[in-house]
Design a protein around this ligand. Structure first.
Ligand code: GCO
Length: 257
């Protein structure tokens, strides 16, 4: 098989969370473009239908599944529903993420539980459900979790988000070493500051915007399209010897003082 063919995802079936917008949306369309059938998971059916249309426009197949990832019971129903519609799932991209930007003295336990559930626990639940099927079928798989600069550094007022993104690195490493023998690879992608709805308030703040632009060696905010190819690579056979890694797609942020 030629090198570029190894990036193809033909006959693969993926679950992508956070697929209605931002990084998750870009990754979902890119996986479809690479040949995967994609279960688009998000809260907003209309947005998901738009993304499914984008995938169809490039000859891909994507099907929308609405789910509230803050509800653990709802998360348990996602993989069975996706497999009933698409067939056995062998790829996961957990891109769903929520945040709360508040002083840590005001951060509530309710927000902690919600953010940890959506950003970390839901990804764990989905990985477990997909892995059970893969191990039973003795089939290979690949999982990608969208981490963050906050996975190993911090700034004030995003305590719960930072805890959740730090937890994801532990999840990536544990599942990678535990499931390597079952040919299931698990990796993370840590984006730098990407222009999305989640970061819109920061991008719209002139001071914060200037700080990010100046602190990023490449000199700009990233775009979701900067992240999507890395997810296709890690999902594909081109990355068959890559597991337990967190790939920083951050414009050079973590390389600089
Ligand atoms: C923030 C931002 C960041 C980005 C991203 C950076 O509040 O500082 O939301 O957390 O979303 O995680 O990698």
């Amino acid at each position: 098989m030629g090198t570029m063919e190894r990036f193809r995802l033909t006959d693969r079936r993926a679950v992508v969370t956070g697929a209605s917008r931002g990084i998750g949306r870009a990754i979902a369309v890119a996986l479809a473009e690479a040949g995967a059938e994609v279960a688009l998971v998000g809260r907003d059916l209309r947005s998901l239908a738009t993304v499914a249309g984008e995938a169809a426009d490039i000859g891909g197949r994507a099907v929308a599944f609405t789910a509230d990832l803050s509800n653990p019971a709802a998360v348990e129903g996602i993989v069975p529903a996706a497999e009933a519609k698409l067939g056995p799932i062998d790829l996961l991209v957990h891109a769903a993420g929520v945040t709360a930007r508040v002083p840590s003295t005001a951060a509530t336990l309710a927000d902690f539980q919600r953010i940890m559930q959506v950003n970390a626990a839901a990804g764990m639940q989905l990985a477990q459900a997909i892995a059970r099927g893969l191990i039973q079928r003795k089939a290979p798989g690949s999982m990608v979790f969208i981490c963050s600069l906050m996975s190993d550094r911090a700034r004030p007022t995003v305590l719960h988000y930072t805890m959740s993104k730090t937890a994801l690195v532990g999840l990536v490493r544990t599942l990678a070493v535990e499931w390597a023998g079952a040919s299931i690879r698990v990796n993370g992608i840590s984006p730098g500051y990407i222009e999305t709805e989640l970061t819109r308030p920061l991008h719209d703040d002139p001071g914060f915007n200037q700080w990010v632009t100046g602190r990023t060696p490449i000199g700009r905010w990233g775009q979701p399209s900067d992240i999507a190819p890395a997810a296709v690579y890690l999902a594909s056979e081109a990355a068959n010897f890559v597991t337990g890694q967190v790939l920083y797609v951050d414009g050079g942020w973590t390389a600089a003082l």
